[in-house]
Ligand binder design. Sequence first.
Ligand SMILES: Cc1cc2nc3c(=O)[nH]c(=O)nc-3n(C[C@H](O)[C@H](O)[C@H](O)COP(=O)(O)O)c2cc1C
Length: 348
Amino acid sequence: MSKKTITKRKQEHIKAILKDPEIERYQSGFDKVHLIHRGLPELDFTKIDTSTVFLDKTVSFPLLISSMTGGADKNLIEINKNLALAAEKQQIALAVGSQRSMIVDKDAEQSFKLRQFAPNIPLIANMGAVQLNYDYGIEQAQKMVDILEADALYLHLNPLQEIIQPEGNTNFSNLAEKIANLNEQLSVPIILKEVGCGLSDKDIKLGISAGITWFDTSGRGGTSWSRIEAHRNEPSPIDKAKLGNLFQDWGLTTIQVLEIAKKHQDKANFIASGGIRTGIDMVKSVIMGGRICGMARPFLKPAMGSSAKVEQHIQCIHKQYRVSQFLLGASKTVDLFLNKALITSNNK
Ligand SMILES: Cc1cc2nc3c(=O)[nH]c(=O)nc-3n(C[C@H](O)[C@H](O)[C@H](O)COP(=O)(O)O)c2cc1C
């Protein structure tokens, strides 16, 4: 694929998200999870400790700005710089969007050279897993990690998106074996993630047998990639735009994946993401077994503004998270993790 096509595609994704409010599905289901309020928390709010450790680095609270952009265009370089500066200042984790652009276009590398702005936080590189069936391997993946000076590599799984998009790569066969090979050779851990349709029990089991110890739920209910791609389809006899809208709510929610993940917690770590929008959603995710919580789309607009705007949004979510933790009577974030006693039993 040409460098022009990859950058154009990224710009079209952003345009679609800004134009169509229904790309946000509001179906994560977090409102149906009920927490047990403490009227007598026996804690000093000013001493609540929200910090946690992620990829061997301490972060101020378990927030990760999830994968979005990168590329040679000025606005894409600016978005990533704003995210990196803000994430470093607020001491939270950051992941970049697909780095395929920098393999086909050297000019895109700049947008991923983020260590200069973010020396201390966990940074995660990003590659489409399906590219392993299209001539990508350790050379490209390691280059992506090295340019970002990343702590881990996201391998994203996006079969629905690839089907809907006009130029999609749809051969997903024998990927687990290739993932296992890459995992053996790469200098940092691989994290398997979806892009908004969730991961099933079978996916997680396959990943674990491939040696993967980190998974990102990236569940349904927030940003719908099927709906985004529907905007980019040219009329064709099959009318892919209709297909994109039909499948816009396909998949498992973050809550469903976290439920599945419970039985794998002794073998793997889970990042909760997909439809997480508030500090309350984050607290619920940690209680259900997420070690860290990813949010993507809510950070797009602030990142198009300035690093100060991104920081404001992080601070806002941090406050929501801190208040929730306090009202549950948990002095430390580690006290929330898989603490069933904090959720009422009538969650259905
Ligand atoms: C503008 C934008 C671009 C994205 N690009 C990528 C990408 O390049 N690679 C990837 O793994 N996920 C990508 N995603 C998916 C997100 O990382 C995330 O998995 C998904 O949007 C669900 O999270 P959300 O509901 O918080 O947005 C992108 C999301 C957005 C909003």
